[in-house]
Design a protein around this ligand. Structure first.
Ligand SMILES: [Zn+2]
Length: 192
């Protein structure tokens, strides 16, 4: 096992590489579908410095460690799944207005798989793909998210009763059944 040192954000990191030599590292990184641009540039370089070799060992070793660490889910994983199931039902973005908050899936950029949280039309935070909440979110919003995690459709219906509009498509609820349910029948299906 070979030890390396790299400097990352001003800090020295010592680690033992999981790989015998740099060619093994290259091979491993090339096989990883998800390796980043930084790693890819290093892998494809013709000449690499000692420093760069250490970095390649670091990236590959970290990747091995990550792949062996079981993923832990945050408290809102169920909500994220529900939101993206609704996207699968009809392609595009899924947004739902609830009493006090609005939730939205993300269909482009680096945050695909996350759920954005809005309070009074202001972005306040996001729930990651793994169900963890990031951002400066009030206790009230946290309580609403916990509620939404268990009862998303129920909250959407409450919103419909309170506002007279559908929480998904924003149309006025006219039809007697929709008024009674608090949501339009087509939009209700998206909740599974
Ligand atoms: Zn609707």
């Amino acid at each position: 096992m070979t030890s390396f040192t790299i400097e990352k954000q001003g800090q020295e990191i010592n680690f033992d590489s999981s790989f015998a030599d740099v060619n093994e590292v290259r091979k491993y990184l090339r096989e990883q579908m998800s390796y980043n641009n930084f790693a890819m540039n290093l892998v494809e370089k013709k000449k690499v410095s000692e420093k760069q070799i250490a970095w390649m060992h670091y990236l590959a070793t970290q990747s091995v460690i990550d792949s062996q660490t079981p993923v832990e889910f945050g408290p809102y994983k169920q909500l994220v799944n529900k939101m993206y199931d609704a996207v699968a039902y009809r392609a595009g973005k899924f947004q739902v207005r609830l009493p006090g908050i609005t939730l939205s899936t993300v269909n482009k950029g680096a945050n695909i798989g996350c759920v954005y949280v809005f309070e009074c039309d202001q972005y306040v935070g996001k729930i990651t793909q793994n169900g963890e909440l990031k951002g400066n979110v009030s206790e009230d919003v946290k309580n609403l998210l916990e509620d939404a995690n268990d009862n998303l459709l129920q909250l959407a219906k409450i919103y419909g009763h309170e506002t007279g509009t559908c929480s998904v498509c924003a149309r006025t609820l006219n039809d007697p059944l929709s008024v009674q349910m608090g949501i339009g029948p087509v939009c209700a299906k998206r909740f599974g």
